[in-house]
Design a protein around this ligand. Structure first.
Ligand SMILES: [Zn+2]
Ligand SMILES: [Zn+2]
Length: 374
C-alpha cells in the first residue's frame, strides 16, 4: 500500500467483477481527494449478500461492469471533512467506527421530501449495486480496503463495540426487515408468521420478538437456520421438507384459534411462499412481502376469497432508508451476543470468491470479508 504525504493511504485494493460468473479479480485504485462533506473509511468488514451472488451471476439488471461488489459495510473513519455529523448529531472524527446507510437518495424529490419515503426515491443509488469502477472515484463498493463516501451518505457512529463485523447485516437485511415491520402495523400480542430463514427471515423473528409478538411461527427448509430462529424467539418451527402444505396449515390454525396469523412476513423470495403466507393470514390481517429483490415469477389469487372477503392488507417492501438502518442497528446492539452467531464465515479480501461460493451454496448463514486482514 502506498502512503501519502500526510500519512493517508494513496491507493486501495478492491475485488472487481469484470465478467459474470467469473472469479472476481484483485485490482488497485487511487484513493480520490475528498470533497466537502465526504468521508473516507477504512472498511473493517464487508457483508456478502445473497444479492451479490445474483449480481455475480448477471441476474440483476442494475449491474454495470466492471464493478466492485459490496453494499454492506462497517469501518473506521480515516479522513473526514469539517462539520460532518452522524445521525445523532455527533461530530465525526478520524478513528470513529461507523456503519452507513447503503442507499444514497436525492433529498429533493416527491418521495424524499413530500411523502418521506426516501427508499422510493427514483434517483436512489447504492454503493456496490448501481456503481461501476470504470470511472472516478473508482472505489464504489465495499469489497475494498477503503471507500470514499458521498456527502449524502448517512453515518451511524458505533462506540465501544469490538467485533464490528457482527453489525454488517444491519445495513441491508436488518434494515429491510425493519422497513417491513415499520409498514406492517403490528401490535403487541399479535401472532406472526415468518416465511423463509435466510438473514431476512431470522431478522424478522428477532423483530417480531422485540415488537411483542405472542406467537412466532417460522416456515423454512434449512435445519441449522430454523434452529437459529428458535434461538431468536420462534415458538413454532415448521420444516417445509418434512411437513406438507396441508399439515403446516393445520398447525398454524391450531395455534391461532383457527383464525390464522395476524401478520405474515414473506421473506423467502419464492412465489409459492407468498401464496402460502396469504392463505395463513386471518381475516383483516396483513401480509408483508419483502423477499423479492428481483423478478421471480407470479402467483394467482382468488380475488374474492384471498383478498376481498378476507379484508386482506397486502404490503410490499422495497429496500430501506436510514430510519430502518437505525432500527436494525439498535436491535442488533441490544442482542449482539445472539446476532454475532449469524456471521458463520469470515474471509480476507483476497478470498472474496470463496465467500460468494459459501453464500451461493447456503453453507454460510452470513459471510463477511475482512479487508484489513492479509
Ligand atoms: Zn444486501
Ligand atoms: Zn429523492
Amino acid at each position: 500500500m502506498t502512503i501519502g504525504m500526510w500519512g493517508n493511504p494513496m491507493e486501495s485494493k478492491a475485488m472487481v467483477l469484470e465478467k459474470f460468473n467469473q472469479p472476481l479479480e484483485m485490482r488497485s485504485f487511487p484513493i480520490p481527494r475528498l470533497k466537502e462533506g465526504e468521508v473516507l473509511v477504512r472498511v473493517k468488514a464487508a457483508g456478502v449478500c445473497g444479492s451479490d451472488v445474483h449480481m455475480w451471476e448477471g441476474r440483476d439488471p442494475r449491474t454495470r461492469l466492471p464493478m466492485i461488489l459490496g453494499h454492506e459495510g462497517v469501518g473506521e473513519i480515516v479522513e473526514v471533512t469539517a462539520g460532518k455529523r452522524d445521525t445523532h448529531g455527533n461530530p465525526l472524527r478520524a478513528g470513529d467506527q461507523v456503519l452507513w446507510n447503503r442507499g444514497v437518495t436525492c433529498g429533493q424529490c416527491y418521495f424524499c421530501k413530500v411523502k418521506m419515503e426516501p427508499s422510493l426515491c427514483p434517483y436512489r443509488w447504492v454503493y456496490g449495486i448501481h456503481t461501476s469502477c470504470a470511472d472516478p472515484p473508482y472505489l464504489t463498493g465495499n469489497y475494498a480496503e477503503y471507500l470514499p463516501l458521498d456527502r449524502k451518505v448517512d453515518l451511524f457512529r458505533i462506540d465501544n463495540v469490538t467485533d464490528l463485523d457482527a453489525l454488517v447485516p444491519a445495513s441491508c437485511s436488518g434494515a429491510t426487515t425493519a422497513h417491513a415491520f415499520d409498514l406492517a402495523g403490528m401490535e403487541s400480542g399479535d401472532s406472526v408468521l415468518v416465511q423463509g430463514v435466510g438473514p431476512l427471515g431470522i431478522f424478522s423473528v428477532a423483530c417480531a420478538k422485540s415488537f411483542g409478538a405472542s406467537r412466532i411461527i417460522v416456515i423454512g427448509g434449512t435445519e441449522e437456520r430454523l434452529k437459529a430462529c428458535e434461538g431468536f424467539g420462534a415458538t413454532l418451527i415448521l420444516n417445509r421438507h418434512t411437513l406438507s402444505r396441508e399439515e403446516r396449515k393445520e398447525m398454524v390454525m391450531e395455534t391461532t384459534h383457527g383464525r390464522g396469523v395476524d401478520v405474515a412476513f414473506e421473506m423467502a423470495g419464492e412465489p409459492a411462499a407468498l401464496k402460502e403466507s396469504i392463505s395463513l393470514v386471518r381475516h383483516g390481517g396483513c401480509c408483508v412481502s419483502a423477499g423479492f429483490g428481483e423478478p421471480h415469477g407470479t402467483i394467482e389469487l382468488d380475488c374474492f376469497h384471498d383478498i376481498g372477503r378476507k379484508n386482506l392488507r397486502l404490503q410490499g417492501v422495497w429496500v430501506s432508508d436510514s430510519r430502518h438502518t437505525h432500527m436494525a442497528l439498535e436491535l442488533m446492539l441490544s442482542r449482539l451476543q445472539d446476532f454475532r452467531k449469524l456471521i458463520t464465515h469470515r474471509f480476507p479480501l483476497s478470498k472474496a470468491n470463496e465467500a460468494i461460493r459459501v453464500m451461493k451454496t447456503k453453507e454460510a448463514v452470513k459471510a463477511v470479508l475482512l479487508p484489513q486482514n492479509p
